[in-house]
Design a protein around this ligand. Structure first.
Ligand SMILES: NC(=O)c1ccc[n+]([C@@H]2O[C@H](COP(=O)([O-])OP(=O)(O)OC[C@H]3O[C@@H](n4cnc5c(N)ncnc54)[C@H](OP(=O)(O)O)[C@@H]3O)[C@@H](O)[C@H]2O)c1
Length: 231
């Protein structure tokens, strides 16, 4: 796959587990990353840590709405209970045509339930909540639910797994795939419309159960697909 032209990529919640691991991997692949946080200093500290871990990467830190302003791609990686509040805080700075890649999962853990159970979400999925909240012209793709933060953050670990992409526009999914597949060992699979995110998100609960059972950080691989069809 030809590398995507380098758009500014902001990761909201990249001070946390999944976002930080993804920042390291994308940074190592040559993608300049803006780490977003509710707190500018925390974002800057995380950017400095990322720079120490991946010296060849380009990382900066900013308060969430500053991080999002001017970003072509925004990855949202925050707990479900905070997703709507954080989206409310950044939606006015999301630019027309921006792509929001939503990794949020409505785990029951968000309301003190088990991490192996899901919450019912009126809209169907966290990604559909995001779609409902962003301004017209902002694109939403759901992704990354089966990728473990720990395996992303361990840069010595070779990734060899699929990323399940759901979204209503093939072009938006292609844009997300061109970015995420810059990470060695990640292959993006088009799983259909955004409403399929309900199932992809629930796979996080399944992965948590598998990982607990086998004491590992497993990933998923879909077999029988044609070769890379994102061109
Ligand atoms: N961890 C995984 O392996 C994994 C895998 C697949 C999907 N996911 C999903 O990806 C999302 C992020 O997961 P994570 O494990 O990275 O989460 P996390 O580390 O708990 O949180 C990520 C970031 O969200 C912000 N945040 C945390 N609590 C908050 C609160 N009470 N109010 C507002 N913001 C808060 C924090 O950023 P600031 O405090 O800096 O603002 C934090 O660094 C979740 O929806 C999770 O279910 C996780």
């Amino acid at each position: 796959m030809t590398p995507s032209p380098t758009e500014q990529v902001a990761i909201v919640g990249a001070t946390g587990a999944l976002g930080f691991g993804l920042a390291l991997r994308l940074g190592r692949a040559g993608v300049p990353i803006v780490i977003g946080s509710r707190d500018r200093e925390r974002a800057e500290e995380a950017a400095a840590r990322a720079g120490e871990t991946v010296p060849q990467g380009t990382f900066s830190g900013a308060e969430n709405s500053q991080a999002v302003a001017g970003a072509g791609v925004v990855i949202l990686s925050v707990p479900f209970r905070n997703q709507s509040e954080i989206l409310k805080g950044v939606r006015d700075t999301l630019g027309e045509g921006a792509l929001l890649i939503d990794a949020t999962v409505p785990l029951a853990a968000a309301v003190s339930g088990k991490a192996t159970r899901m919450l019912g979400v009126w809209q169907g999925s966290a990604a559909q909540v995001a779609l409902e909240m962003v301004p017209d012209g902002v694109k939403v793709v759901s992704a990354l639910h089966t990728v473990s933060a720990a395996s992303l953050a361990d840069l010595d670990h070779s990734l060899d797994q699929d990323v399940l992409l759901c979204g209503d526009s093939r072009a938006d999914k292609r844009r997300a795939a061109h970015l995420l597949q810059r990470v060695d060992g990640l292959r993006c699979v088009d799983c259909g419309r955004l409403e399929m995110a309900r199932i992809a998100e629930s796979m996080t609960a399944l992965m948590i159960s598998i990982n607990a059972k086998h004491k590992t950080h497993a990933g998923v691989r879909i077999t029988g697909l044609p070769d890379d069809d994102w061109e």
